[in-house]
Design a protein around this ligand. Structure first.
Ligand code: MN
Ligand code: MN
Length: 388
C-alpha cells in the first residue's frame, strides 16, 4: 500500500482525526467522510473525553423503515441502542386517512405531534370513549393496556411515540385484526351472535398501518351506544404552554403535575439559541431519552470514574443519558436547537450544578475546587437559568 493517495489529507474540507496540539494523524481511508463531518466530536474528541462510556446515540435514519399503504414507521429500541432500557421510541407517519389500526399494549404510550393533525380514540376502563383531534405541538398519553387508534386527518401527520419500556416494539402489540384471525370462527360466531360467514372477509394479512377514508367531523359520528366521555384528558397542548424563558432559550415541562394522566412519562421541550447551552446538570430520578427536532448540538456525558464522552446530534437523532450521569447540551449550529427530553417518571426533576454550588457553604466549595473570586461572584447571582 505504498502508493496511497495523500491528497485527501491536504484538502481542508475533509476533517481529519488530528487535534490542535498535533495529536492524531490523517485518515487516508477507507472512511465515511459524510459521517465524520456529522460527528466532529467523535472524530476529534475534546481532550477532556476519557475512559469507557457506552454508545449514547442512534439515528432514526439508521433504523428499519416499515413502509405501508397509509404511512410508515421506524423505531429505536434496546435492539438499536442497548443502553436505552427505560424508554423506546417510534417515529410514525400517517397519510390523510391513514390508520394505525385498533390495538393495545403492555406499555404506556406518550406521543408528540411533529406536523399535521390526527384523530385519536381511546376506551378507558369504565367503558368511556375519548375522541380528540391532535395538532402540531400537542401530545397524548395512553395508559398501558387501554385500547386506542390513530388516524391522519386532511393534511396527514407525523409524530414521535415514546413507550415506558426499552424492549417495546411496534410489531409486538395486541392488534384487533390479529385477534380475530387467531380465534376459531365458531367462537367468534358465539361471541357476537352472528353466523360464522360474517367473518369470512377478515384478512389474515397483518394490518399495522393501512389506508382508510379521511374521518369526518367529531360531532358527525354514526348512531352508536354511548356511556359518556372519559372525564380525564389524555391530550395536552405542550407547545401552547407558557414556556419558562431563559436568556438563551426556553423550556416547557410536562409531567403528572400539569398533565395528571401522564404517570409514567415526564418530558421537557427545550429550545436553545445558537451559541447557548442547556446548563451542566443531572437527573436524580431516572435515565433521560432525547429526541432532536431541529438544529445541531453536542452533549458530553460524565459517567463518573473519570469516564466522559462527547456526542454530536441533529434532527432525527435519539440521545440517551443514564440515571445520574452529568451532562450539558450546547447548540453547535447556526439555527435554533429544539429537542425533547423524556423520563420514565411521573416527575420532571433535575439537579443544577450551579444551584448546588451556590447553595452549599462557599468555604466548602472554595476548599474543594480552589476557585477564584470571580466564580464566587458568579455563584452569588440568584438566578440559575436552565438554558444560558
Ligand atoms: Mn399504541
Ligand atoms: Mn438532562
Amino acid at each position: 500500500m505504498e502508493n496511497r493517495p495523500r491528497t485527501k489529507a491536504a484538502d481542508g474540507n475533509v476533517p481529519q482525526p488530528i487535534r490542535n496540539d498535533g495529536a492524531g494523524a490523517p485518515d487516508f481511508g477507507p472512511r465515511d467522510v459524510m459521517r465524520d463531518m456529522e460527528n466532529p466530536d467523535m472524530l476529534v474528541p475534546p481532550d477532556t473525553d476519557a475512559g469507557l462510556t457506552p454508545n449514547l446515540k442512534f439515528s432514526f435514519s439508521d433504523s428499519y423503515m416499515q413502509l405501508s399503504h397509509g404511512g410508515w414507521s421506524r423505531e429505536v429500541t434496546v435492539r438499536e441502542l442497548p443502553i436505552a432500557t427505560t424508554l423506546a421510541g417510534v417515529n410514525m407517519r400517517l397519510t390523510p386517512g391513514g390508520v394505525r389500526e385498533l390495538h393495545w399494549h403492555q406499555q404506556a404510550e406518550w406521543a408528540y405531534m411533529l406536523y399535521g393533525r390526527a384523530h385519536i380514540t381511546l376506551l378507558d376502563q369504565e367503558g368511556r370513549i375519548f375522541n380528540e383531534d391532535i395538532g402540531p405541538g400537542d401530545l397524548w398519553y395512553f395508559p398501558a393496556g387501554l385500547p386506542h387508534s390513530i388516524q391522519g386527518l386532511e393534511e396527514g401527520c407525523e409524530f414521535l411515540l415514546v413507550f415506558d419500556d426499552g424492549n417495546f416494539s411496534e410489531h409486538n402489540t395486541f392488534s384487533f385484526s390479529d385477534w380475530f384471525v387467531h380465534t376459531p370462527k365458531d367462537v367468534l360466531s358465539a361471541n357476537f351472535g352472528v353466523p360464522e360467514g360474517a367473518f369470512s372477509n377478515i384478512s389474515s394479512e397483518k394490518l399495522h398501518i393501512f389506508q382508510g377514508n379521511i374521518p369526518g367531523s367529531l360531532v358527525n359520528q354514526r348512531d352508536q351506544p354511548n356511556y359518556g366521555t372519559a372525564p380525564q384528558s389524555f391530550k395536552h397542548q405542550l407547545l401552547a404552554q407558557e414556556p419558562i424563558k431563559s436568556p438563551g432559550g426556553s423550556v416547557r415541562i410536562v409531567d403528572s403535575s400539569n398533565f395528571p394522566i401522564s404517570k409514567t412519562i415526564a418530558a421537557s421541550l427545550v429550545e436553545i439559541e445558537p451559541g447557548a447551552m442547556r446548563e451542566l446538570h443531572w437527573h436524580p430520578n431516572n435515565d433521560e431519552w432525547q429526541y432532536y427536532l431541529t438544529g445541531q448540538g453536542r452533549m458530553t456525558v460524565f459517567a463518573g470514574k473519570g469516564a466522559t464522552r462527547t456526542f454530536d446530534y441533529r434532527a432525527g437523532d435519539v440521545g440517551y443519558v443514564p440515571f445520574a450521569f452529568g451532562h450539558y447540551i450546547q447548540n453547535t449550529g447556526n439555527q435554533t436547537l429544539w429537542f425533547l427530553e423524556m423520563f420514565k417518571s411521573g416527575q420532571n426533576v433535575d439537579i443544577s450544578l450551579n444551584q448546588w454550588m451556590a447553595l452549599t457553604p462557599f468555604e466548602l466549595v472554595e476548599n474543594n475546587l480552589h476557585i477564584g473570586p470571580e466564580m464566587i461572584k458568579a455563584l452569588r447571582k440568584e438566578k440559575w437559568p436552565v438554558v444560558k
